[in-house]
Design a protein around this ligand. Structure first.
Ligand SMILES: [Zn+2]
Length: 558
């Protein structure tokens, strides 16, 4: 008998009121890898039958496992191994951390850092600022949003970047008044110079270690499913090796969108879509499909507001604006081809001009392909113009948004770049719900911390999880905690096509759930910053648990 009854729990099911058990239950039964019953104790006892194992949860809160609906798995694991700079709030502190990282590993061939904020650097970042701390080896520092990279002079030399080097399509090499590279690489310049360079130096063993760091970090925070938003050959191979190490499974469910770059050549763009469609068919047919699937493609239409690279209908405060990385005429055939192939299309659109053309391209696909099952999505939507949410609802397009990107501690520069009444509509989550669009929450790790409960804190309060002393930003857009969790569990699973199989706690669905040590519904939202996940279960199996002595519960009786 493989049935287990979990009792004496406060179970938040994420079910709508009036369906199934409703949003709350006190017990549930796991049969193998699925839930056999969720509801009252009496019903659970009857459903479990004789001889079931019993787990008494000591009144603790149980949530459906979180799905991080937009993340970058290998990058996250890589970032977890780098010098962290997000909470270094002055140039002095950034330099101090780089000096001590160099001192701690004096034979390292380079120094890698991540997560620095524009707000922490006076004026524009320069190579000389890093040279002042570390000059003898190349230093590469990814910005917190991963849309630019700040490097030192040794790195510029290593990359072969000189005043003669042209800017790539969709990117820019920062230059000083004399035209010399200044140490900043924006958008595709960061991708094509730095990331490709570092990727060439990275081994499979490095990537395997990164994958394991990511899996461990997610399971420890109650995340049971993830959607990677820029999968490539190296990421796919790394996850296939992770599956091989475990004889055919993973302890977390991975869905992935294949990254399709704008090559400037229509045929080459379509070839990438065909390749993604082949991989989607292969991964869906494989016995490992519950653990690893390619579900769609990812297109990056614009940059970010912080660097004035997001494409806006109206210019930034300084009069500048950005061209979309995918102009509409190049975008349309790619979206239509993916739509026809049954792939989900995820379009990164932070500015309102970018979300306009993302929806234009989807409308075009509907026109040429007719009625098909489809669930496309737009990523970020940090500033969406009035009417966008309604248009998305009409087209069945998911709003994929990241509460942690609205953290007030990283908001000042965002506000300054737009500089007008548009800032009053920043990250307007409730607008998408009210319009009837599916709203899926995620963290976009490693551009923001991956912890699901911190993400829920920002979602439910619009306060800062990085520095709670900040005033909340636009608190009218905060969501009640139960709704926030629903968007990060039920709706996040639905965003990748799993709405009928997991993401809620209901009979017949996957037994994927997390147990917390405190109950933020009872203790208040502030407790989300200190609450810990003490047990994570995926497909009925406990894949993470804190030591018995720490948990002081989880009594198992016959
Ligand atoms: Zn992303």
């Amino acid at each position: 008998m493989s049935r287990t009854i979990y009792r004496n729990a406060r179970v938040f099911t994420a079910e709508p009121a009036g369906s199934g058990s409703g949003p709350w239950a006190e017990a549930f039964v796991v049969d193998g890898d699925v839930l056999a019953y969720v509801g009252e104790l009496e019903g659970a006892v009857a459903a479990a039958g004789d001889g079931a194992d019993v787990v008494d949860l000591d009144g603790r809160l149980v949530l459906p496992g979180f799905t991080d609906a937009h993340t970058h798995l290998v990058m996250m694991g890589d970032a977890l191994g780098r010098v962290p700079l997000t909470d270094a709030r002055t140039l002095d502190e950034i330099q101090a951390r780089l000096r001590s990282a160099r001192a701690a590993d004096p034979t390292a061939p380079r120094v890698l850092g991540r997560g620095w904020l524009f707000d922490s650097v006076p004026g524009a970042p320069t190579a000389a600022m890093i040279d002042a701390a570390v000059a003898d080896v190349p230093v590469f520092l990814d910005a917190n949003d991963y849309h630019s990279c700040w490097v030192n002079s040794a790195a510029l030399a290593d990359l072969g970047i000189t005043r003669e080097t042209p800017d790539p399509i969709g990117g820019r090499i920062g230059r000083d008044a004399d035209g010399e590279p200044d140490g900043m690489l924006y958008e595709t310049a960061a991708q094509q110079f730095v990331w490709e360079h570092l990727a060439n130096l990275t081994t499979d063993a490095d990537r395997d270690a990164a994958v394991e760091r990511t899996i461990d970090a997610y399971l420890a925070t109650g995340v049971t499913g993830v959607v990677d938003m820029a999968f490539d050959e190296l990421g796919l191979a790394a996850f296939q090796r992770a599956i091989d190490r475990r004889d055919g499974s993973l302890p977390i469910r991975v869905a992935a969108h294949w990254f399709v770059a704008n090559t400037g050549d229509a045929d080459a763009n379509l070839a990438q879509v065909e390749h993604a469609a082949r991989l989607a068919a292969e991964t869906a047919a494989a016995p490992t499909a519950p653990w690893l699937r390619i579900v769609g493609i990812k297109l990056v239409l614009d940059g970010v507001i912080d660097a004035c690279t997001a494409a806006m209908r109206h210019p930034y405060a300084d009069g500048s604006n950005a061209e979309p990385i995918w102009p509409l005429d190049a975008l349309k055939p790619v979206v239509a081809a993916a739509d026809a192939a049954g792939l989900q299309v995820a379009q990164h659109a932070i500015g309102d001009y970018a979300s306009d053309i993302a929806l234009d391209a989807i409308e075009h696909a509907v026109e040429v392909n007719g009625d098909l099952p489809r669930r496309h999505r737009i990523e970020h939507l940090e500033y969406a113009a009035p009417g966008t949410a309604e248009r998305m609802s009409r087209l069945g397009v998911t709003a994929s948004m990241q509460p942690v990107h609205a953290d007030p501690a990283i908001f000042d520069n965002w506000v300054a770049m737009l500089g007008d009444e548009r800032v009053d509509r920043a990250f307007a989550w409730p607008e998408f719900v009210d319009a009837g669009a599916l709203l899926a929450f995620s963290t976009d790790a490693p551009t923001a911390p991956h912890e699901a409960l911190h993400n829920m804190y920002v979602a439910a309060t619009r306060r800062s999880a990085l520095d709670p002393s900040f005033e909340p930003s636009l608190p009218g857009f905060a969501l009640p905690l139960a709704e926030a969790i629903g968007h990060a569990t039920r709706d996040a699973a639905a965003s990748c096509g799993d709405g009928d199989t997991r993401g809620r706690l209901a009979a017949g669905l996957a037994a994927d759930f997390a147990v917390l040590d405190v109950d933020p519904f009872a203790e208040g939202e502030a407790s989300l910053l200190t609450a810990r996940v003490i047990r994570t279960v995926v497909a009925g199996a406990t894949v993470f648990a804190v030591a018995e002595a720490d948990a002081d519960a989880d009594g198992v009786a016959a």
